[in-house]
Design a protein around this ligand. Structure first.
Ligand SMILES: NC(=O)c1ccc[n+]([C@@H]2O[C@H](COP(=O)([O-])OP(=O)(O)OC[C@H]3O[C@@H](n4cnc5c(N)ncnc54)[C@H](OP(=O)(O)O)[C@@H]3O)[C@@H](O)[C@H]2O)c1
Length: 290
């Protein structure tokens, strides 16, 4: 299977590259190799590249930056996915496009399903929703995969920041009134190939590890796993912060954005493992020897 991965230098894209390199014929493009803001360049490069599946893991992911860089967010997250989707359709290739739990407003208190109405409350969420619509409008067998709170070894995220702070300080804290599900890049890499075939129906699909938590619980579990793995930390417990304490945040964020993976489980017959198992695995594999 010939696969193109856009955003190959990012947290998710790099994980997909390393997971698929052995089994598939993979071509990765990082931003320096393919800039999504240059639509003509993107068309030229991809039209002359032979592939069956294109995964777009590139995006402007800095949620606060998007508030002040609306045009750039709209171009990269909104319009560029549509350009990719049309090139793929014209070539008879399938596009798998990554989107986010931030397309929801967070007013629900049960896991969001694919049919729930998206109602973004940030420029990032708006731009990502526009990208979803543009991909689906191209009418290929394309798939939009929404994920939440993505972590993995290829680029630091919240969990790595917490572990770093816990090594340096006796007190660490994290937000206790914002809920979703940490989702491991290497688990996403295992979930995705079920949908590589052009014969598998497209549309929207939620990918997440099982369960839900707030950031304080996420951080506490990470520290517990580090202690279990024998990693020396100064902090043992994580204090609680409130969303309203985050005065330096520019963008609004959904308070509750848990994604239901029920449809994924129904389609594949394989339920994702829990976020706690995924975090424990990550820490054992990537931290216990540090
Ligand atoms: N991170 C999360 O918690 C999270 C949650 C839900 C959904 N998602 C979605 O999951 C996908 C992957 O996210 P991630 O965590 O891997 O983010 P990431 O680490 O920020 O990776 C995004 C990649 O896109 C690249 N990029 C930015 N602008 C570009 C452009 N103009 N042309 C080409 N490439 C460009 C970035 O390059 P540079 O590094 O050079 O800027 C980066 O390598 C995204 O669609 C994101 O919206 C992420």
């Amino acid at each position: 299977m010939k696969i193109v991965i856009i955003g190959a230098g990012g947290r998710l894209g790099a994980a997909l590259m390393s997971e698929y390199r052995e089994k598939h014929d993979v071509i990765g493009f990082n931003r320096a190799q393919l800039d999504l803001s240059n639509f003509d360049g993107v068309r030229d490069e991809l039209r002359s590249t032979n592939f069956a599946v294109l995964v777009n893991a590139a995006a402007l992911t800095n949620v606060d930056l998007c508030e002040t860089e609306r045009d750039r967010a709209s171009l990269i997250n909104g319009e560029a996915p549509g350009v990719l989707a049309k090139v793929c359709r014209d070539k008879g290739a399938k596009m798998i496009h990554f989107s986010t739990d931030y397309v929801f407003d967070g007013d629900k208190r049960a896991p969001y399903i694919e049919e729930d109405e998206a109602n973004p409350i940030s420029v990032y969420g708006e731009s990502k929703l526009a990208g979803e619509k543009n991909v689906l409008a191209a009418e290929g067998p394309h798939l939009v995969v929404r994920a939440s709170w993505v972590f993995g070894p290829d680029r630091p995220s919240f969990i790595d920041g917490i572990i770093k702070r816990a090594k340096e300080d006796e007190e660490v804290d994290a937000i206790a009134d914002k809920f979703s599900t940490p989702t491991y890049t290497l688990d996403i890499a295992k979930m995705l190939p079920h949908f590589f075939s052009g014969n598998v129906e497209g549309g929207i699909l939620h990918f997440a590890n099982a369960g839900e938590c707030n950031w304080q619980q996420y951080a506490q579990w990470a520290l517990d796993c580090c202690h279990e793995a024998g990693l020396p930390l100064k902090a043992r417990t994580v204090g609680a912060l409130k969303l309203k304490d985050m005065s330096n945040w520019v963008a609004r964020r959904p308070v509750y954005s848990v994604l239901s993976a029920a449809k994924y489980t129904e389609l594949t017959g394989i339920p994702p493992r829990t976020w706690r198992d995924a975090v424990a695995d990550y820490i054992t594999r990537f931290y216990s020897k540090k």
